[in-house]
Write a protein that binds this ligand. Structure first.
Ligand SMILES: N[C@@H](CCC(=O)N[C@@H](CS)C(=O)NCC(=O)O)C(=O)O
Length: 200
């Protein structure tokens, strides 16, 4: 299998972390591409030219990150990153949806701010930044529920928070949510987080 990533994509980082946490590093080759240039090696796998995309065998490909992560989790029983069924499964997938939703806002807002030149923070952009802060508060309130756990929900939270570090340093998110920051300090030391860090 080949996993197409870009080093700065939080969605790709989540999928790559799943590869590593599942012990699939030997079976999945990581290929870095620039999705914004629509390279044919990516568009032939995903017509949306988005990373991550996972090529399986000669002529099968899977996207987006949620589908890829669920697929990878199913390849091996242990460690189980997504519970099999019921409320536990829903809770983990809901965490992934929240983290991905924050990334959707953060990625789109990062691009919009770049386009806005000297006046980056229009009312519409301020509204989007408010969503990031709202998500952080929800994540903070959930720390007692997920502390110490490793599953797709906590992996997705880690990738999303690391993206804030990459693109939104000025937000100083740790000051707003100290409990979440403390949790992140520990998970950020996992080999899967260290290996997938974007180049400085
Ligand atoms: N919902 C998708 C989002 C993927 C996505 O937006 N990836 C961005 C990089 S962060 C991308 O490849 N953008 C290129 C483009 O949209 O042309 C997923 O979870 O995989």
């Amino acid at each position: 299998m080949q996993l197409y990533i870009s080093p700065t994509s939080p969605y790709a980082r989540k999928a790559w972390m799943v590869v590593l946490e599942k012990g699939l590093a030997e079976e999945v080759e990581i290929i870095a591409v620039n999705p914004w240039e629509s390279p044919s090696e990516l568009t032939s796998k995903n017509p949306l030219s988005q990373v991550p995309a996972l090529a399986i065998g000669q002529d099968q490909a899977v996207y987006d990150s949620r589908v890829i992560c669920t697929y990878l989790d199913g390849l091996r029983d242990k460690p189980a990153l997504v519970p099999q069924s019921g409320m536990e499964r829903m809770a983990v997938l809901r965490m992934e949806a929240l983290a991905d939703g924050m990334c959707d806002v953060a990625v789109a807002t990062f691009l919009a701010r770049k386009d806005n030149g000297d006046n980056p923070d229009t009312p519409a952009i301020k509204r989007q930044l408010g969503k990031i802060e709202a998500v952080l508060k929800v994540m903070e309130s959930e720390v007692p529920l997920f502390e110490g756990a490793l599953h797709l929900g906590t992996i997705a939270y880690s990738a999303a928070l690391a993206y804030l570090d990459l693109r939104y340093g000025e937000l100083q998110w740790r000051q707003q949510v100290p409990g979440l920051a403390k949790w992140f300090e520990t998970i950020a030391q996992r080999p899967a987080m260290l290996t997938t860090a974007p180049p400085a």
